[in-house]
Design a protein. Structure first.
Lengths: 240, 624
């Protein structure tokens, strides 16, 4: 095939009807210690081990077409992140769940899925809010304290430089502090505004004097991602 | 006693690539029965081996030997095998500070809990990392200090054809291919374990009777006038250790369900091994002699295994592995079958070590969905005279004809590999390297004119490495070039190539090769030097940034040794430290080949004519 033919083929493929399986997945244990690109590769290989009819990207290195809702940082567990896998033909959610789970390494699991015919919005664009849980000694007290501040000045790395930021506007609400060592909260998430939980923990150590070693050993879990505008949270499965 | 090593979250979050230290990969083997017994009683009935790779995870997990032995040692129900890798400098530091022992990835057991600690050693520069892993694993560094209940420390891999520099630290070495000897040794350890591990020395004496097992403590080296003169061998130990090989590679277990790393490793692909050995006999190449005889796998076996591996791993690329892909007799039918299957599944085939000709170009085009990648040639020497000296069966005409075809076919990137410091090399030979690259540059423009194409800028890369004389090659008696000689030659090439803008010259650090030259032909006195170097903080010597040449030279001197002693002083009459090893190829053959080299006489390859190298003692493969 010459280059012109290849280009035509690529264009044809782009307009091909796309059936998407949108899976909700969990990640724990060893798999939590890998980065976003590695996680993507782990899913790609697992999918290749199945006989599912994935759509492949065109070009020199064809890969299964998959999209994540929001990158998951190294060391962070999840109980509800989303992945879109494009298929050539419709695949039933149950078939998708069982076939992929059969091939995923321990620590990664699809817990539910929906099938979508020609999604209109990209998965990444619909995410706006995340709920996190931090497990660490005495964390609930500190979360309550930090939410009560008017301004939360801290620094974060941006393009290699330390820049000062106020993260207060990124926090939404506390959802559960009934246990002293386990706290849940909502914050903004996504490509436009996003609060990483490690930045919040850092602010707790800097401003409120929360123990650094405890903060460094905190278990962070992303509980769920939502779309919509607070307080009208929308389920990602429903945002097609 | 069994402890499960817990690495705090904060430690993992504080180091580069924590995925190196957590395991949990697809196809990793966790023996639930072993875990159950360990938790209940603190020990288990199985022989437990931890396979150690003395470099970072990303390199170790790209190593086929690790995958092969992992599988083999997990096959019998009485044996269980786990993995461990060198922690990188950041992790090494915290592990020492926080007293976290080095552990296996599967059950998180400290290394000193295992019955066998087995190192796979592919290159000399990993030696200090062996000591790092032993120390972090809580195992006495010196074999003589180990007690009955301590793990048995064994080593395998190409370096064992002269393991003397590391002999102080190992209880035993395996010589040759590991698939069978590993299991025989492990079975003996099972008996030792069952009888309550009472007499380590007696166990080792017994182990020395297994063919292919070298127990260095039974061989005491003798030195006279600062020169090695032979061994005092304990009664019962063999005078010569004979290399083990697998006669029929179709019948031996191959890992079609290899462990698939979760992080990006050096070679992130599946592997298929075509054959062992090499018919060529390039006189500088240790692998070409120590891996004899050539034994091919049937192409049907390979097709089955290749397809299975891809299904079981989900990789998008299968890498073909051998010393010289083009010499595989089943290459055409094998690639036909595999390519047809891969095409359906969006997978590709990577074919390194191809001798470039019309057929190869065609194959490369079919094999890879990727853009026309670079063409690689390894002429190794710049003039025909020197290529005859090293028995490199490639001539300038072949290269030019192949490149003429390649340039016509649209290739523009060429990589050329050479060695500096080969025996009999003169400045004319060094200049030959630059001249060849310049001719290729000219050939590109001529070819473009011939076919009426507008030339782009070709990319021609010339890369030189330093020749290191290695044991069991016809050049094992040769002198190595000095640091100065190497540097002069590199500089001369840089000057010659500088003006040519489409030629890029890549040269390597001279000092690393000088140290490697010492270790390659070293004797047991180097053990103390390696130990002290390690105590001074040297690890990851293979990584130029962390290699301290001056420190090593200072240590050598303080032990009354020198660079000259190990790289300039061998004569044909000498007893060599590796003379107690039998790799099939005979000393007489190597000597013949040395003399052929000096007479610039080419030796036919194994398929053309048998040169009576001695490897036919194995009655296997290609040998008559």
């Amino acid at each position: 095939m010459n280059i012109a033919e290849k280009k035509m083929e690529m264009t044809r493929q782009l307009h091909q009807h796309e059936y998407v399986c949108r899976g909700t997945f969990q990640r724990t244990g060893a798999l939590s210690y890998i980065g976003h690109l590695d996680l993507k590769a782990v899913f790609e290989r697992a999918l290749r081990r199945t006989d599912l009819p994935m759509l492949y990207s065109q070009g020199f290195n064809p890969r299964p077409m998959i999209v994540f809702a929001l990158p998951l940082g190294v060391g962070i567990n999840t109980e509800g992140d989303y992945i879109d896998v494009s298929m050539e033909v419709p695949v039933e959610p149950d078939e998708f769940i069982s076939k992929v789970n059969d091939k995923l390494p321990e620590g990664l699991k699809i817990i539910s899925a929906v099938s979508i015919d020609e999604p209109k919005n990209s998965l990444m664009s619909v995410v706006s809010i995340a709920e996190y849980r931090i497990d660490a000694p005495g964390i609930s007290e500190y979360l309550e304290k930090i939410f009560s501040l008017d301004k939360i000045e801290t620094t974060k790395k941006s393009k290699g430089k330390e820049v000062s930021v106020d993260i207060k506007p990124l926090l939404i609400s506390i959802t559960d502090i009934s246990e002293p060592d386990s706290a849940k909260y909502l914050c903004y998430a996504g490509s436009t505004q996003n609060l990483r939980p490690d930045v919040l923990l850092k602010a707790m150590t800097e401003i409120l004097g929360y123990d650094k070693e405890l903060a460094a050993n905190a278990t962070i879990t992303r509980l769920k991602l939502y779309g919509g505008k607070y307080p009208d949270l929308a389920s990602i499965e429903g945002l097609l | 006693m069994h402890t499960e090593v817990k690495v705090p979250h904060s430690v993992l979050m504080g180091v580069e690539s924590p995925g190196r230290y957590v395991g949990g990969e697809q196809n990793q083997i966790i023996n639930e029965d072993v875990i159950k017994q360990l938790r209940e009683t603190g020990s288990c009935s199985q022989v437990r081996t931890v396979l150690c790779f003395p470099d970072v995870y990303e390199i170790g997990m790209s190593n086929l030997a690790m995958q092969i032995l992992y599988k083999i040692l997990n096959n019998p129900e009485w044996s269980s095998c786990e993995r461990s890798f060198s922690p990188w400098l950041d992790m090494d530091k915290v592990m020492r500070e926080k007293k976290i022992p080095l552990y296996s990835l599967e059950t998180r057991s400290p290394l000193n809990e295992f019955d066998i600690v087995a190192f796979s050693m592919g290159y000399e520069m990993c030696f200090t990392n062996v000591l790092q892993m032993l120390e972090l694993g809580g195992i006495p560094l010196l074999a003589k200090d180990r007690k009955d209940e301590d793990p048995i420390v064994v080593g395998g891999g190409p370096i064992t054809c002269n393991s003397e520099p590391m002999a102080d630290f190992f209880d035993a070495f395996y010589l040759g291919e590991g698939e069978e000897v590993d299991l025989e040794f492990t079975e003996l350890v099972k008996k030792y374990k069952d009888s309550g591990k009472k007499d380590r020395k007696a166990f080792l004496r017994e182990a020395a009777k297994i063919e292919g097992v070298y127990v260095p403590s039974l061989y005491t080296p003798k030195f006279e006038n600062n020169k090695f003169v032979g061994y005092d061998i304990e009664d019962g130990a063999p005078a010569k250790i004979k290399k083990r090989i697998i006669k029929d590679l179709d019948k031996v277990d191959y890992p079609t369900e290899p462990v698939v790393p979760n992080i990006n490793v050096i070679h992130n692909r599946a592997y298929l091994e075509l054959f062992r050995g090499c018919i060529r006999g390039c006189r500088f190449c240790q692998a070409g002699f120590i891996c004899r005889p050539v034994r091919e796998k049937d192409y049907k076996t390979l097709c089955d295994q290749g397809m299975q591996i891809m299904r079981n791993t989900g990789y998008d690329e299968l890498g073909i592995l051998s010393l010289s892909t083009s010499d595989y007799t089943g290459l055409v039918p094998m690639t036909d079958v595999l390519l047809e299957d891969f095409d359906k599944n969006h997978q590709s085939l990577s074919l390194p070590s191809l001798r470039i000709d019309n057929f190869a170009l065609d194959l490369m085009e079919k094999a890879s969905s990727t853009r026309k990648s670079g063409l690689t040639f390894a002429p190794e020497a710049g003039t025909q005279r020197l290529r005859d000296v090293i028995n490199k069966g490639i001539c300038e005409e072949d290269i030019m004809n192949a490149l003429h075809l390649a340039f016509k076919g649209g290739w523009t990137t060429v990589k050329l590999y050479f060695m500096l410091g080969l025996p009999t090399e003169t400045m004319e030979d060094v200049e030959g390297i630059a001249n060849l690259a310049i001719k290729i540059e000219q050939l590109y423009y001529d070819t473009m004119r011939e076919i009426g194409m507008k030339p782009r800028k070709p990319e021609i890369t010339v890369s030189t490495s330093m020749f290191i004389p290695k044991p069991f090659t016809p050049f094992q008696w040769e002198n190595q070039n000095t640091e100065e000689e190497f540097k002069t030659k590199q500089q001369h090439l840089r000057d010659m190539i500088r003006k040519h803008r489409s030629i890029r010259y890549i040269w390597h650090d001279v000092k690393t090769s000088c140290w490697e030259g010492i270790l390659a032909r070293g004797d047991r006195r180097l053990g103390q030097v390696i130990l002290e170097g390690y105590k001074n903080g040297s690890i990851f010597d293979a990584w130029d940034d962390y290699f301290d040449y001056d420190m090593w030279m200072g240590l050598l001197e303080s032990h009354g040794l020198s660079w000259e002693l190990y790289t300039q002083n061998y004569s044909e009459e000498d007893v060599l430290p590796w003379d107690n090893m039998n790799l099939g190829v005979t000393r007489a053959f190597l000597l013949r080949e040395k003399h052929n080299a000096y007479e610039e006489k080419v030796t036919p390859n194994c398929r053309e004519q048998c040169s009576a190298c001695g490897a036919n003692c194995y009655k296997a493969g290609i040998c008559p």
